[in-house]
Design a protein around this ligand. Structure first.
Ligand code: DX5
Ligand code: ZN
Length: 214
């Protein structure tokens, strides 16, 4: 069965408490929190202070997706704020030594760790990390904004990860442009954690999540 992680990016930020309560009343498994710094991506979202406040209103696992130029500066703050999974971008670093360091840093904070790749990044670069991380996030849109069009070609990356998954302990997550038109394809591909923003927040979230989890 798939885990479902609504992306808060699509929520009404003037009504966050209601939005969180709405998510709490569904079968959502995780809360996906998109952190953008205006550098790694053009958009700017929110930081650890908001995450800390959200922590008081839900028991959902906090799945923090960092789209930052210098992610290491913020690991501690997000874990303190309640992050239970921190996913950094492969593209935020220059080499694997730096990436392994980042993994160790997150693990030392007793937090689970994931690596995300942009659509243009080959899935092959993830191989050295198969044993090291809890999750791989395959972006199915360019990171930065909600409501973009799903890139079906990204499912080939899922296929590569699924092939060897049984030898390791990682989860596979997909994020971007997921809706009722492509959900069946994504479920069939073997993705474990489905992130969706605009699709889940427009209409009856509870029904949509039940359908995904069927
Ligand atoms: C994009 C974010 C996504 C975004 C998905 O950079 O990582 O999590 O919220 O939104 P939708 O589902 O609307 O594409
Ligand atoms: Zn995301």
């Amino acid at each position: 069965m798939n885990l479902v992680a609504p992306s808060l990016l699509a929520a009404d930020f003037l009504n966050l408490e209601n939005e969180i309560n709405k998510i709490n009343n569904t079968k959502a498994d995780w809360l996906h929190l998109d952190i953008m710094d205006g550098n790694f991506v053009n958009n700017i979202t929110f930081g650890p202070d908001l995450v800390k406040q959200l922590r008081k209103h839900t028991n959902l696992l906090f799945d923090v997706h960092l789209m930052l130029m210098e992610p290491n500066r913020y690991f501690k703050d997000f874990v303190k704020a309640g992050a239970e999974m921190i996913t950094f971008h492969y593209e935020s670093y220059q080499n694997n030594e730096q990436r392994f360091q980042a993994i160790e840093l997150i693990k030392s904070l007793k937090c689970q760790v994931g690596i995300a790749i942009n659509p243009k990044t080959s899935v092959k670069v993830l191989e050295p990390f198969y044993l090291e991380v809890n999750m791989f996030l395959i972006m199915s849109v360019e990171p930065g904004f909600g409501g973009q069009k799903f890139m079906p070609k990204m499912l080939e990356k899922i296929e590569t990860l699924v092939k060897v998954q049984s030898k390791y302990n990682y989860l596979i997550q997909m994020d971007g442009g997921i809706n009722n038109k492509n959900i069946q394809l994504i479920k069939n591909s073997g993705v474990n954690v489905i992130v969706a923003g605009s699709y889940l927040f427009n209409g009856n979230m509870s029904e949509k999540i039940n359908e995904i989890k069927e």
